[in-house]
Design a protein around this ligand. Structure first.
Ligand SMILES: [Zn+2]
Length: 363
């Protein structure tokens, strides 16, 4: 993926000591972990909803308590963006998001929101809210949650697979339709709430490079469901989040993710997450910016149960997936330990989706 913030090359602050009054350790580079924002992504709050997209109220509370225990500052996405750009992020920063605006988030989450008063973002589908008022929060309920710190943002009007293009529809017509849907949802949200920073969560975390680029150009921040921390090199319309529901709700694995750092990736290939149906062997390359806090040779990638050691030609890390990607969504996670902060890992995820023979895949 191409990044427009430019490649920021970090100088190695190597101080050579020839004088006797040099500070201790001045012969070694000054290392500091890269700062970023870890975003948690939720859907339902409840115990009678699909487990894969649910946390119970008790689990949500345990996650919020863990953020406190780990001394994280929880920021709204708007403030996170500003502080990332200004270079004023705290050492440990997190954000909290809910997709879809389910009514159970209001019913079951409200007490937890009231107790912690963390800022959070709810991404809503205005058309679905109007069609299924019992399933989704109303504008009035959303308003009440803004008193506890919620920002209300865009999840498209009707929650479809944004990259699906009907036969005969040109790429240009497809893109115009998608942007029109985003704008229609945004207009409804802005009738109810001030939203100076437009923000979109892609339904199912699915997007294409072209779509991300178009949204960036009209000033959106857009969020996926590929994991990793949001850093200064992240594309502003391809921001990662950690799913924290279902099997990802367990505290031991969530702790590692909350403590993760943004791997300084300049771009990866292939740029688009949607592969050709007949993709058999997929080779992925990741271009890393120089960084004093990680060793390139310690980058390891994970695809399902497979552990992959990338090869390094000095500019890019390259690896071939050991098996054909399945139909539907999958992702490759790459990590490397921080040198300066033990127990913290740089993390980067490459989202993939392989269509079936009709160009479709399951929700
Ligand atoms: Zn959704």
């Amino acid at each position: 993926m191409k990044f427009w913030f430019g490649v920021c090359v970090i100088a190695f602050a190597v101080v050579f000591t020839s004088v006797s009054y040099a500070l201790p350790n001045s012969a070694s580079p000054h290392r500091e972990a890269e700062r970023g924002i870890v975003i948690l992504q939720y859907h339902h709050v409840g115990d009678d909803t699909p487990r894969v997209t649910s946390v119970t109220a008790a689990e949500l509370e345990a996650h919020f308590a863990l953020l406190k225990e780990l001394d994280f500052t929880v920021l709204s996405l708007t403030e996170a963006k500003q502080r990332l750009a200004a270079g004023t992020l705290p050492k440990r920063a997190a954000a909290i998001t809910f997709d879809d605006g389910w009514a159970n988030v209001f019913v079951n989450g409200r007490e937890v929101f009231e107790r912690y008063r963390y800022p959070f973002t709810i991404f809503v589908n205005p058309k679905l809210m109007a069609e299924n008022p019992r399933q989704y929060m109303s504008w009035e309920q959303l308003k009440i949650l803004t008193e506890y710190g919620a920002e209300i943002a865009n999840h498209t009007n009707e929650h479809h697979h944004m990259t699906w293009r009907e036969p005969g529809v040109t790429e240009r017509a497809w893109l115009a339709r998608e942007l029109a849907d985003v704008r229609a949802a945004q207009a409804q949200i802005e009738q109810h709430f001030d939203q100076p920073q437009p923000m979109l969560a892609y339904p199912y975390g699915e997007f294409s490079f072209e779509l991300a680029e178009a949204l960036r150009q009209i000033g959106y921040l857009a969020f996926g469901q590929h994991s990793g921390a949001w850093g200064r090199l992240s594309h502003p319309a391809a921001i990662p989040r950690f799913p924290a529901s279902g099997r990802y709700a367990a505290l031991d694995t969530l702790r590692t993710k909350i403590l993760s750092l943004p791997m300084p990736v300049v771009e990866h290939h292939p740029q688009d997450m949607v592969l050709e149906h007949d993709t058999e062997q997929l080779t992925i390359s990741i271009e890393l910016a120089p960084h004093q806090d990680l060793h390139r040779h310690q980058v390891q990638c994970f695809y399902g149960a497979d552990v992959i050691q990338p090869s390094d030609d000095g500019s890019a890390l390259t690896f071939t997936l050991p098996k054909q990607p399945p139909i539907g969504r999958s992702r490759v996670n790459c990590t490397a330990p921080s040198i300066s902060e033990s127990g913290r890992f740089y993390w980067y995820s490459v989202p993939l989706v392989r269509p079936d023979e009709n160009g479709r895949w399951p929700d």
